[in-house]
Design a protein around this ligand. Sequence first.
Ligand code: FAD
Ligand code: SF4
Length: 540
Amino acid sequence: MARADIIMAEQPVDVLIVGAGASGAAAAWSLAETRMRIVCLEQGDWLNPAEYPSTGRDFEERAFGEFSISPNRRARVTDYPVNDDASPIKIANFNGVGGGTILYAGHYPRFHPSDFRVRTLDGVADDWPIDYATLAPYYDENDRVMGVSGLAGDPAYPPKPVQMPPLPLGKAGTTVASGFNAKGWHWWPSDSAIATEPYDGRDRCINLGACLSGCAQGAKASTDITYLPHAMRAGVEVRTRCRVREVTVNDQGMASGVIYLDAAGREHHQPAEVVILAMNGVGTPRILLNSRSSAFPDGLANSSGLVGRNLMFHPYASISGIFAEPQDGYRGPVDCIWSQEFYETNSAHNFLRGYTFEMTRGRGAVATALGGMNSGRIPWGSEHHSAYRELHNRITGMVAICEDLPELHNTVTLDPTLKDPDGIPAPKIDYTLSENSTNMLAHAVARAGEVLQAAGALEIMSEAPLAVGGWHLMGTARMGTDPATSVVNEWGRSHDVKNLFIVDGSIFVTSAGVNPTRTIQALALYVADAMKQRLANLFD
Ligand SMILES: Cc1cc2nc3c(=O)[nH]c(=O)nc-3n(C[C@H](O)[C@H](O)[C@H](O)COP(=O)(O)OP(=O)(O)OC[C@H]3O[C@@H](n4cnc5c(N)ncnc54)[C@H](O)[C@@H]3O)c2cc1C
Ligand code: SF4
């Protein structure tokens, strides 16, 4: 249908949240108790877990199509394309209610206290304007809503509560743990946002595997089944198939709402007193840069010039071993143990900061066959079946998730030609791997190889950086106290536009060496709480 020229004006709301993923859902839930009129706009749809790939035998095929982690491959009408040709690490996300949590693995580590102080400790990047102690109560609150399984007492962390027992190690976890034991290196059962007991109306994990294309069991804590049902019962409206094109401003330079396109391509103006952006580390800078006006010619909230800069992924190394004994294959959640032996800076290393090892379970039948064919381990001809059998259910290993330091030249900008189905400019990614990350990856590949060998691996395979691994998107609208060197202040409010807030991974100052979602959500609750405490003078 052709787009209408007339903009449809909606009823004003108090708080408008853009994005119903990990952070938008948490902020909506927290603010709901204020009884303000809150609307959450989401470009995607609600998902129906009964239709997730894991409910059918073709689950592996569907995970490479309509449930692909790559928006470019998935190419749903609810997706936007991303030009990531100039990056060795490709973007992975999901656009729908729940956002990335629909496809995430549910690895759920917290940051370490040191992660907030890397300038002080190591002379790199910058310290955060808040510390671990500030965030700790919000970590706890988020954990209660999402439900975290794990084992208390991990020596790598300050004490932290868990709600449920840890995931079972299974054969693969036991194998990898035996390698860490042989080396005398730290490992611990992972914290996971996966229920191991019935929790808040959700059932427990039944080890089906296929977590990365949606958990039909409801055991994995995606925000469509955790935060949002509670938020909606408290009065929040979630409006789907609403793709925001720009944030509008009034004559006073304050945010006045957003323009969005509905499923039929009709333009709407949604007025709001307060706008909160939660579109992730790529989606948020994209829309800020697309919100140009005479008052903000370089994009909204961009007087520092930092919107879209300092993009951080976590460069990943993937290291697997082939074992003589059968492992778990794809059955079971992806991860059940981690090691933080090499997490903190060590002067003996040729890199600063560090990384976490996270065990990865195994591969499905199709992935085993494709991997075996591509690597030449499975030939055509008479050896074909026996070669396949030597790999089937016999591969397990780990990934290393490396701290990525912020660099100005790693950017999200607007692509000059590529557009989404509604004609909104697509994001363009320019990213180069730093020497620090390259050295860290090499160290991780070597150490993981030692662990897998000690665990009995016959052969070791690795990929670094993992090309598909652009699933952690951080740093493109960083927080800080100085408006010249940050986009939002220490409680998530834009320095330039007083009624504009950001709660997603864009506001990270540094990336730490762990998965970010638990910290993203704790930060969203912290920002929402700051808003509640300062409601009377939000606009001063
Ligand atoms: C395959 C995969 C595995 C992962 N595994 C883990 C893991 O194990 N542990 C972990 O911590 N993290 C993991 N992640 C990352 C995790 O999903 C993200 O960190 C998290 O979802 C980010 O939260 P967010 O709120 O910043 O953004 P998102 O969850 O991405 O939500 C953003 C939402 O905004 C919407 N949106 C964007 N632009 C617009 C627009 N213009 N108009 C309207 N709506 C818009 C999107 O549709 C989306 O729903 C994984 C991600 C993927 C893809
Ligand atoms: S392994 Fe557990 S969390 Fe993963 S999809 Fe199956 S039931 Fe869900």
